[in-house]
Design a protein around this ligand. Structure first.
Ligand code: SAH
Ligand code: SF4
Ligand code: F3S
Length: 478
């Protein structure tokens, strides 16, 4: 039944993905080969996205490409002619969920044998994923990674013509401009400013799945942001795995992330956020640019990972707890009232109870207003996967629970400071639990549910906060 002629067969290599050759970055402009135009007319696609904002942004581009070919989107899984999973490799449980989903979709193939199932994103960049796909999921017809989404027209064309495509490039990466984007949100947009990561934190798979750090030209970014403002978008989130390394790869100019913020501060977009920052690379110039205020929103996600210097060293984070605190204090000084959130990993190999307590203490000291907390998950090919002294399942969960209790207490405190205050909310739509209320996010990135007067989706409105809850603020439009 299943046809196994490959139109392409290139498998990933972690060894190649690790290399950083310092070659010039190739820029190109996206274009669809006329051979594929209208190929998707009459066909429906269903795109499922896992992982970080980088993947959400890539998915909007892939949706843009598919629609440029004539495909239309469907939410109904069984209606889809083409199903594509854009995946994340950051932790084991994220991956297992995808394999579970692939298994579930195998059943649909019985009723709809022509359905083409594909997988892309970070998981196929791992050798072990491609091994497992070949062994246990032979019905997955399209496999590609993060470096070649612009080849999607060719991949779907080949797959619909009975061929199998596996093309995972373990290269440093390039930059392709002008890919069509189908944005999910009417008022908020992702704007990639750079790709890849050169940090090589010892636990992390991203530098292997996304290639080296490479920046888009500021002119392209500013042009995109101005075009978004003109088209009615209110907020942009600048994206990169380590946005503070923006511009380090430019050979023709001295221009960094702070310069970009300064330039975007002068554009017509009403709100700017960015993620993710690396504490080592976050510099004073960037903190000063944040202090310009205006359209630069007063919130920052600054992953700390651990509050213990010995653990930070083994994670290869390249900063100490003291250096982290110094930057936090500067941020609080330059941007009064700033809301700071973070990421924390517990149960890193060999983490002692005392070292874990240092993390708890740090959370109290910084007063993070939110934190994503994770149990360490070994990733094949990364240095930490070979570290010894793993903790027991019980220890891992116990630490996560204890940490979450402290994090939650501080989040609530961070919410309470807005009671009786007036905040500005970008209206997203009806509130999840009460259709009579609208919801949206404040300048400090707090979810606000409120009783509307005239507000509609995409508006910026003033809301008086009546009560703070752990996960949202409740208010009334003024
Ligand atoms: N580039 C961003 C995001 C990386 S992934 C950054 O540097 O912060 C998001 C978070 O996942 C990380 O901040 C880290 O806390 C967590 N993470 C990464 N690898 C992990 C692993 N192997 N196990 C558990 N959590 C991990
Ligand atoms: Fe991973 Fe570290 Fe790069 Fe973030 S900075 S993506 S945690 S290697
Ligand atoms: Fe996941 Fe890849 Fe993002 S591993 S967190 S989707 S960069």
């Amino acid at each position: 039944m299943s046809n196994n002629t490959y139109s392409k067969l290139i498998e990933p290599s972690i060894k190649d993905a690790r290399k950083r050759r310092k070659e010039e970055i190739k820029f190109s402009i996206f274009d669809i080969n006329p051979k594929y135009l209208n190929f998707g007319v009459g066909k429906k696609y269903h795109l499922k996205t896992y992982g970080c904002q980088g993947n959400l942004s890539d998915s909007e581009k892939m949706a843009g490409i598919l629609e440029a070919l004539g495909f239309i989107a469907t939410d109904i899984e069984t209606e889809a002619d083409f199903v594509l999973f854009n995946t994340c490799a950051i932790r084991e449980n994220a991956e297992e969920r995808v394999f579970g989903e692939l298994g579930r979709f195998q059943k649909f193939l019985k009723q709809k044998p022509d359905m083409i199932i594909g997988i892309c994103g970070c998981m196929p960049q791992e050798e072990k994923t491609v091994r497992r796909l070949k062994k246990s999921f032979p019905y997955v017809k399209v496999v590609f990674g993060t470096h070649n989404i612009s080849s999607l027209p060719e991949y779907v064309y080949d797959a619909f013509n009975g061929q199998k495509v596996v093309e995972v490039l373990s290269i440093e990466g390039n930059i392709v401009e002008n890919i069509p984007v189908k944005r999910d949100h009417p008022a908020k947009a992702w704007v990639d400013i750079m790709y890849g990561c050169d940090e090589f934190c010892t636990y992390c798979i991203v530098p292997y799945t996304r290639g080296k750090e490479r920046s888009r030209k500021p002119e392209s970014i500013i042009e995109e942001v101005e075009a978004l403002a003109k088209a009615g978008y209110v907020e942009v989130t600048l994206l990169g795995q380590n946005v503070n390394a923006y511009g380090k790869d430019f050979t023709d100019r001295e221009y960094g992330f702070a310069n970009l913020l300064e330039d975007l501060n002068k554009t017509n977009i009403k709100r700017i956020r960015y993620t993710t920052s690396h504490p080592r690379d976050l510099d004073l110039a960037t903190i000063k640019a944040m202090a310009l205020g205006g359209n630069i929103m007063p919130n920052l996600h600054l992953p700390v990972q651990s509050g213990n210097n010995e653990v930070l060293k083994r994670m290869n984070r390249k900063y100490t707890k003291e250096e982290y605190m110094e930057k936090i204090n500067l941020l609080k000084e330059y941007v009064p009232g700033i809301s700071i959130t973070t990421d924390i990993i517990v149960a890193f190999p060999g983490e002692t109870e005392e070292q874990f307590q240092d993390t708890v203490e740090l959370v109290k000291e910084v007063e993070f207003e939110g934190a994503f907390t994770f149990i360490y998950s070994p990733r094949e090919g990364t240095p930490a996967a070979n570290y010894e002294n793993l903790l027991t399942e019980e220890q891992k969960h116990d630490r996560l629970n204890r940490l979450n209790d402290v994090v939650n207490a501080h989040s609530l405190k961070g919410q309470m400071r807005f009671e009786n205050q007036v905040v500005e909310v970008l209206v997203e739509g009806p509130s999840k639990n009460n259709p009579e209320l609208l919801c949206g996010y404040s300048e400090h990135n707090k979810l606000v549910n409120f009783t509307p007067k005239n507000a509609k989706v995409g508006d910026l409105v003033k809301v008086k906060i009546i009560k703070a809850y752990s996960w949202h603020l409740l208010g009334e439009e003024l």
